[in-house]
Design a protein. Structure first.
Lengths: 112, 115
């Protein structure tokens, strides 16, 4: 799986959009971008994934650059409950022979 | 079941004792992971079971750690002769490994404290 780079921490004001960047410059053509988050004292939770088109679901939007070397997770209206560590992972869909490894992620603090 | 179930949720043990942690994955999920998370640290991969294949044990920190998955479902992580540095939250996750998305579903974890 390609390596990802994320900022260690970010702050966001409550009600504003939180934009979390991820660099994955060595991503290959068949690797998807996945985002998970871990709220304090809970197990990680899947958020969204995408290949090359922008994706949106009830939790967030994922914007992937045209060259696929970076992406941004957008929480449109951050709330205090969105305070968590956010992990960006790249991985081939359906790859069953290698474990899914998490990096250090970005610690997002939503401030009232 | 509806989600990944782990037990016990909390375990306090004395140094040198053996402990067993259990994971019930989502029914039908073909792959199962164990991770460890020490206080303030990231997720550390431990072991990975995929169908009938031999497990990937590359993340186990020492030979005191072992895991098995019986009948392709329930998994048990065993830590022998526990040490204080084994104190952590042990997280289990399962996934339906198919042509679909690699979406892991995590349990709430088992918090282990070694005194």
């Amino acid at each position: 799986d390609a390596k990802t780079t994320q900022p260690t921490s970010m702050d966001c004001a409550e009600g504003r959009a939180a934009n979390l960047p991820c660099n994955h410059s060595t991503i290959s053509g068949n690797e998807y971008v996945y985002w998970y988050r871990q709220i304090h004292s809970q197990g990680p939770q899947y958020i969204i994934h995408g290949l090359k088109n922008n994706e949106t679901n009830e939790m967030a939007s994922l914007i992937i650059t045209e060259d696929r070397k970076s992406s941004t997770l957008i929480l449109p209206h951050a709330t205090l409950r969105d305070t968590a560590v956010y992990y960006c992972i790249v991985r081939v869909v359906g790859s069953g022979n290698t474990p899914l490894v998490f990096g250090k992620g970005t610690r997002l603090s939503v401030i009232a | 079941g509806a989600g990944v179930s782990q037990s016990p949720s909390n375990k306090v043990t004395e140094k040198g004792k053996d402990v067993e942690l259990r994971c019930d994955p989502i029914s039908g999920h073909t792959a199962l992971y164990w991770y460890r998370q020490s206080l303030g640290q990231g997720l550390e991969f431990l072991i990975y079971f995929q169908g009938n294949s031999a497990p990937d044990k590359s993340g186990l920190p020492s030979d005191r750690f072992s895991a098995e998955r019986t009948g392709g479902s329930v998994s048990t992580l065993t830590i022998q002769r526990t040490q204080q540095e084994d104190s952590a939250v042990y997280l289990c996750a399962s996934i339906l490994q198919s042509s679909g998305a690699n979406v892991l579903t995590f349990g709430a974890g088992s918090r282990l404290t070694v005194l």
